[in-house]
Design a protein around this ligand. Structure first.
Ligand code: ZN
Length: 649
């Protein structure tokens, strides 16, 4: 048992931001730090750490506590396990109180498995470096592959002897129970005989996020036909394949630093890239990523670059899996290696700077890559092309952020030579279905497998359905660009065009008031009215004012819109999709939001007039209504024309 003194030392030494920082990428916000919550799936950070108070709290799921609570919760540690972990982190010597046999018995299964893994790791490492067989077979194989000593030590590579039960025997001699050995998967039992799962293999230990060894992979060096080339530890209390990524412990800091995670297939790809100085790399071990693995990466970055060594058929087979990453809101890029080349061989045969350059230059946006690849195959066949449109629209529909969706629609429409509006309509259909799927009581369509676990609809998606999308867009422009100046044209008395500039907020407010248009959404109307009042004082409120607004609904809606703007500008820079001249772009955004808003209002007026007409029999009144209707329709056509000019410009 850990003494009270040691516990006090641990608690007074630990710094919450360091403890949490090992698992969550945190950035400073005022006196606090924020990051993506590791306890629930979120795309915008609501997980807050207070270094001053020594606590964390998530405003999304409500989880809160101190440093010890955090590792207990995060690593599923017991209280003593958490204390031991923290003592290790801060190099605090643990003062043990006498442990009885009974206490040892109570040591949890997890702890027993972790202990055994650590014991096995030491055994395999020692065998590789200090025995004749290890040096002659294991070490010489690794050296032949060009793996340096420091890298072998860093990844703690090892060797398991060819004697069938060398490890099992050694472990039992040291007091490890056969039951634990079998549970960990290190030992296999057959006809009363116990032997080593990994015998005569080079060992690749698998580390968890916190650096503990959770399992092993072993590669065979002999050419025995009935033994697979690679074997892994089976699932256990401490090793869950779908929740672990090879290399994450060594990569996490580099991933956060580079704000990008390279994804490869095999252990040796990870190791060779590390040797080339590229450390932000993990392996999914064969199959495509699981949701848990994606979330693990999301703690450090929103960008994934997949390094492929596959043929076109293999790539196409992986599209569904990559769609899943897109659905998590990640920005996915792809790098293709030449036929017969893989990240491992490429890293070994090229200078580190060439490797980094190659990856950077070859990285292609996944959605555009997919479009081009499939487009190549349609060869002008209209039926195949229709299939392609559906396929691409499905992927775009998965992107959680509305603005990114719009940008991809633009790009893909140009690539496929399909009108934007067609793609837009298809994407909206998908979003509608997605929302219907989440409303209980409505019959669910046949599950198509890869869209399961759809997130709850965002406010933006709800607005899209409830006809308030245009209102939201306009308010967003007010909040984001209200204080920006845009250049406009007007005609002077002689009919000459004069350029003048105006603040975006004034432009929108004046225009809406002149046309006597109103916001239907309560929240948006409140925000708009604040802009109107501010204008009377010749002021433009900035978004900080709304973010800290006394009305929590207004504050929340503002923060919601701000965050998607942050992602937007980041995407623009990273993908260089549009944005050459941003000021000019703001003007287009504002104008198109304005016109869309008006077009929507006109649509509604037209529908209302038509309904009115059906209930009126007086010929004179019908005549008046018809004339009004004609005017409305004419304005609508005019507005849509202008809108078309802006969008296609
Ligand atoms: Zn949370």
């Amino acid at each position: 048992m850990i003494s009270r003194d040691t516990i006090d030392t641990i608690i007074s030494t630990l710094r919450i931001e360091e403890v949490v920082g090992d698992f969550v990428s945190l950035r400073r916000r005022g006196v606090n730090m924020i990051g993506l919550c590791p306890f629930h799936n979120e795309k915008t950070p609501s997980f807050t750490v207070s270094p001053v108070k020594g606590i964390y709290k998530c405003f999304g799921c409500g989880k809160a506590g101190n440093g010890v609570n955090f590792v207990m919760e995060h690593e599923h540690f017991s209280y003593p396990e958490a204390l031991r972990y923290l003592a290790g982190k801060y190099q605090i010597e643990i003062e043990e109180e006498v442990q009885t046999a009974e206490m040892q018995e109570q040591m949890s299964e997890r702890e027993a498995l972790f202990n055994l893994n650590q014991f096995a790791l030491d055994f395999f490492e020692t065998t590789l470096h200090d025995t004749e067989e290890g040096k002659a077979i294991g070490l010489s194989y690794l050296k032949e592959r060009g793996i340096r000593d420091d890298i072998i030590r860093k990844f703690k590579l090892g060797y398991s002897p060819s004697t069938w039960d060398a490890f099992t025997k050694h472990a039992r001699e040291q007091g490890y129970k056969l039951e634990v050995l079998v549970k960990s998967g290190m030992t296999l039992q057959k006809d009363e005989r116990a032997y080593d799962r990994f015998h005569s293999r080079v060992i690749f230990p698998i580390h968890g996020v916190s650096g503990k060894v959770i399992g092993f992979g072993g590669r065979i060096l002999t050419s025995e036909k009935n033994r697979p080339k690679y074997v892994n530890s089976p699932e256990s209390e401490v090793y869950n394949k779908s929740k672990s990524l090879y290399g994450i412990y060594f990569a996490r800091n580099a991933i956060a630093l580079k704000n990008n995670c390279y994804l490869v297939e095999g252990y040796t790809d990870v190791i060779s890239l590390h040797q080339a100085g590229i450390e932000n790399v993990v392996a999914s071990s064969g199959t495509s990523l699981t949701h848990e693995q994606i979330r693990m990466i999301l703690r450090y970055t929103k960008q994934v670059t997949i390094l492929y060594d596959r043929d076109p058929a293999g790539i196409k087979a992986s599209f569904r899996g990559i769609d899943m990453i897109v659905e998590e809101g990640m920005d996915v890029k792809i790098v293709l290696f030449a036929e017969g080349e893989d990240p491992d061989s490429f890293a070994r045969n090229h200078h580190p700077t060439e490797v980094e350059e190659f990856i950077t230059n070859k990285a292609d946006n996944f959605i555009l890559f997919k479009t081009r690849l499939l487009l190549d195959e349609t060869k002008g066949d209209p039926i195949k092309k229709a299939g392609l449109v559906k396929e691409i629209v499905n992927t775009i529909g998965l992107i959680p952020d509305g603005i990114s969706r719009t940008l991809y629609i633009k790009e893909c429409s140009a690539l496929m030579n399909v009108p934007e509006q067609v793609l837009m309509n298809e994407v909206r259909k998908i979003l509608r279905n997605k929302i219907k799927k989440n409303i209980p009581g409505i019959e669910q369509p046949e599950d198509v497998g890869w869209v399961e676990e759809t997130a709850a609809p965002s406010q933006e998606e709800i607005d899209l359905i409830s006809d308030e999308y245009q209102e939201r867009e306009l308010i967003r422009q007010l909040l984001l660009y209200g204080r920006e100046e845009i250049a406009l044209l007007r005609l002077d008395e002689s009919g000459k065009e004069i350029e003048f500039s105006m603040l975006v907020a004034n432009f929108i407010v004046v225009d809406i008031l002149r046309d006597e248009l109103e916001f239907e959404n309560n929240l948006y109307r409140k925000i708009f009215n604040e802009f109107v009042e501010a204008r009377d004082r010749d002021e433009v409120p900035d978004n900080t004012y709304f973010k800290l607004h006394a009305d929590p609904e207004i504050a929340h809606a503002t923060i919601d819109m701000m965050v998607s703007q942050y992602e937007l500008s980041e995407n623009w820079e990273k993908n260089s999709i549009i944005v050459e001249e941003e000021p000019k772009h703001i003007k287009e955004l504002v104008l198109s939001a304005m016109l869309s808003f008006k077009a929507k209002k006109l649509d509604k007026m037209i529908t209302a007039k038509q309904r009115e007409m059906r209930e009126i029999t007086d010929q004179k009144e019908v005549g008046i209504l018809l004339a009004e209707l004609r005017d409305l329709k004419a304005s609508n056509i005019q507005i849509n024309k202008e809108l078309g000019r802006i969008i296609t410009k």
